[in-house]
Design a protein around this ligand. Structure first.
Ligand SMILES: [Zn+2]
Length: 86
């Protein structure tokens, strides 16, 4: 399975992606240093970054395979009906 679009993942995580390049709160350090460009994100404060799976993994503190699984489940489940606690 290919990594899902970072915009899809970002929406699931509660971000509101603007254009192709947008800023947000870093899932790793919590600063406003995160920038998303194309399918990659990076943080200029703590140096974290990666693709959509890394974004989910960092936000939820899970390894990448778990991130893939969770994203798949969320996408199949449709619109979020409330956050589950991990
Ligand atoms: Zn950071």
């Amino acid at each position: 399975m290919r990594a899902p679009s970072i915009r899809v993942v970002a929406r699931l995580l509660g971000y509101e992606p603007a254009d192709l390049v947008w800023d947000g709160l870093c899932p790793e350090c919590g600063s406003d240093g995160m920038r998303v460009s194309g399918e990659r994100w990076s943080c200029r404060k703590c140096g974290s970054g990666g693709d959509s799976l890394d974004l989910w993994a960092a936000s939820r503190s899970v390894p990448r395979p778990t991130a893939m699984l969770e994203i798949g489940l969320r996408l199949r489940a449709g619109p979020p009906s409330g956050r589950r606690t991990a």
